[in-house]
Design a protein around this ligand. Structure first.
Ligand code: 1HE
Length: 264
């Protein structure tokens, strides 16, 4: 660990070139207020400047209880729109920045907390994690990108079920539903997310950038458009100086081989 600052609602540590961003309002279950969103934005900007990958986690017993409902109660319609658009901008900085983000999930991953997790690239849930979209019960709607990102992950039918009936998904259901890519024992999500982030950090930065930015965009394209764009990105990365060195290292047997599962 090289550095630690504790800011407004968010902790930030740089560990082995991996930024650890911690949601830190445990007395309110990490409910996200306007100031909290700005603290996340500042941490994201700092991670972009100095880290090769990032881990997003929550302090206390829960990852995040979503929107700060106490603050939201006082908003006018236009203030609500501005707030939602700000969440979109900040979460887009995670999803479409230059470094991969790994979220370590435990306890409640609820409402805007699930929307935030959905903006990260890899989600690691521990067995205590549970996932819900109680917006319908609160008389509101998703506003942090959930209708786009969560619906793409789990499908509109499951999301509709969660929002209409209040269905709560366990960590294992979330893994089957494509929300979490990994499920680990209680208390181990952050360590697992860090280990995965270290692996990603050892890739070529340009490849990581292409993965996190091109894959979701290509998924939204028509097939022929996607294949066309893929060729250009493929050529651009393959002919980069870093790729040349990495390819040579493999051919000269200086690089690691792909290992069968269990041998790695
Ligand atoms: C909050 C919030 C919040 C807790 N805003 N204050 N999200 C929700 O509808 C989820 C609401 N929260 C819960 O269902 C539960 O709090 C939890 C399951 C997350 C955790 O339960 P528990 O028993 O550990 O904590 P608690 O006793 O319910 O809450 C502790 C305190 O946190 C309490 O305040 P206190 O002053 O009485 O101590 C709660 O009021 C407070 N708290 N969650 C404000 N969300 C961009 S659009 C996104 C739309 C949404 O996210 S909608 C979903 C909102």
């Amino acid at each position: 660990m090289s550095d630690m600052t504790v800011g407004d609602f968010v902790t930030y540590e740089l560990v082995d070139d991996i930024a650890h961003v911690g949601l830190n309002r445990p007395e309110k279950r990490n409910a996200i207020s306007d100031r909290f969103v700005e603290a996340i934005a500042a941490a994201v900007a700092r991670a972009e400047r100095e880290a090769k990958a990032a881990v997003l986690h929550g302090h206390g017993n829960h990852f995040c209880a979503g929107l700060d409902l106490a603050e939201h109660v006082q908003k006018t319609p236009i203030e609500g729109v501005r707030g939602s658009r700000r969440w979109h901008a900040v979460f887009a900085g995670i999803e479409h920045g230059t470094i991969p983000w790994f979220s370590a999930l435990h306890g409640a991953v609820v409402g805007g907390g699930l929307e935030l997790a959905a903006a990260t690239h890899i989600r690691v849930a521990d067995e205590t994690a549970f996932f819900a979209l109680p917006e319908g019960q609160r008389g509101i709607f998703v506003g942090g990108g959930g209708s786009v990102r969560v619906a793409r992950l789990i499908g509109v039918a499951r999301m509709t079920d969660m929002m209409l009936t209040g269905r709560v998904a366990s960590a294992n259901e979330a893994e089957r539903w494509n929300v979490a890519q990994y499920v680990v024992p209680a208390g181990q999500a952050r360590a697992k997310a860090h280990a995965l982030a270290c692996k990603a950090a050892s890739n070529a930065p340009l490849s990581n950038y292409a993965v996190i930015n091109a894959l979701p965009r290509i998924q939204d394209m028509a097939k022929e458009d996607g294949l066309f764009v893929e060729s250009f990105i493929s050529s651009f990365t393959t002919t980069s100086p870093e790729a040349e060195e990495r390819l040579r290292a493999f051919l000269e047997k200086r690089a690691g081989r792909v290992q069968a599962p269990g041998n790695a």
